[in-house]
Design a protein around this ligand. Sequence first.
Ligand SMILES: [Zn+2]
Ligand SMILES: [Zn+2]
Length: 336
Amino acid sequence: MKFALCRTVEIVVLAVLLEMLSLHAASDRGQPAKKVSASQATEIKVTLLGTGTPEPRPDRFGPSTLVEAGGERLVFDCGRGCTTRLWQLRLPLGSVKLFLTHLHSDHTVGIPDLWLTGWLTQPYGTRKEKFHVWGPLGTAEMMAKMEAAYAEDVRIRREFNPSLTAEQVGVDAHDIGEGIVYENAGVRVTAFKVRHANVKEAFGYRVDHQGHSVIISGDMAPNDNFRKHAANADVIIHEVGAANPDLLASSPRLQRLLLEHHSSPEDVGRDFAAVKPKLGVLTHYTVLQSEGYPEVALLEIVARVRKEYSGPLEAGQDLTAIIIGDHVTVRRATSE
Ligand SMILES: [Zn+2]
Ligand SMILES: [Zn+2]
């Protein structure tokens, strides 16, 4: 009972915080639109929509990163809660395009929500054209099967509202290879292969815009191709995984899971030290735990990155925003 009460208070506090954040985001985007300066027009804005993993925790939604540049809104991965975060920022779901790093479920479970809620006619939806998705081999097939799975919902809603067109409720999905996968309004998206255990195709992405750039590692163990494509990037958004050494010693399976799928804090530090970005950002915290082995604290993860890297570093949280312009600045959600 005591526990339930604590949880209730916690949830209320969280709700108030979220509302405050939502109001901030709304006022940022309120009317009339702010005048955009010449340097702002070349900026890239990155917002971490979710910094979590499959673990269904309320403080870290599933992996998803929003990149805004040149009027484009590009979402990389669509984990749990991606749609909630977008509308928390007052960005209509229908205004974004989606890129997938790989097809692990924690990166894709939010897709039906983003697609189907995105074409509703309420302000949070408003999609007027097909839902555009790019991803590794299997993406087009997954999206086709998703369309089949939700065919009845689409039929019911279109029957009730005949003004909904086949175009706006449809999906335009592409399987990609390494190289430039999207280019518009001076924004270029390049996919590159990364190593992620037995995943056949896992990509990282690089977004370039007006001389500025950001790398999204996706999920990966250390690999040379990442370093090659991350060279000279302004900002790197990097996954990280860690567990109590005693837990790893007791479980070869978990040891392999971290070693082959993910980058340890020291690995991340070595990547940052090699590439020397203007800012290195941590996300997708795979913090394994088990009975008697609590998860590794964020401070410890940062301390372990710091063993290998002394440059600019940000431990990303949900809704942390990074503005890449003449300078790189960070807006933390909790400090707004
Ligand atoms: Zn993942
Ligand atoms: Zn994965």
